[in-house]
Design a protein. Sequence first.
Length: 238
Amino acid sequence: MKAAAVSSYPIVSRVWKSSIGRKMIVALTGLVLTGFLAGHLAGNLLVYVGREAFNDYAQFLHHMLHGAGVWIARAGLLAAVVLHVAATISLTRENRAARQAYAHPTTIQTTKSAKIMIYSGLTILAFVIFHLLHFTVRVSFPADRYVDHDKFGELRFDAWRMVIDGFSNPLVVLFYIIAMTLLCSHLSHGVGSMFQTLGLRSKKSACMVKLISKGYAVLIWAGFISIPLSILVFRFGR
């Protein structure tokens, strides 16, 4: 009877009820978000190429699949973030309960690590919301004040100028650098955990995985913060 009841549960529910299932959700959504960061950074670095190249990139994104592509990507990324955070919170609470029950040193160490991860993750989530309001919803950058022309002479939004003006504010830059630092701290631990959950880390590959995790985190950190620092400190584009 119990077996029949369990088998009747929807597969999503069964995955969520399993700690292994939630770890897989964290790992797979982490993989999606890690890949997105690399692509997003590559696009952002076009700001150094110049206004035309960056605005061409922004125009492509907003016209992909007749304008639907960017919204599909946003919805998918939002779903990945929500699942990643929700599964991480659930696992952290579960680990905390295990620590209280067994008070084992290894469990305590793991829980402390997870606790740091959850707070940095929530801070990053807050930053993502701010970043979307700032540069995607563009609450501070009305379209009629940021106008550029494409190679055909058609009007389009001047995303390049928006980035320059946005990062000319010291408070915005400070918040951005703090968020990126927390993000990369999160990455340096999270990428290694992702490899382990997906069965890609062994005793032999542990050192290599650690180097990859830290190297990727440093690369993402340096790339992202170079843009606001170039604008605010070295007055790039101003």
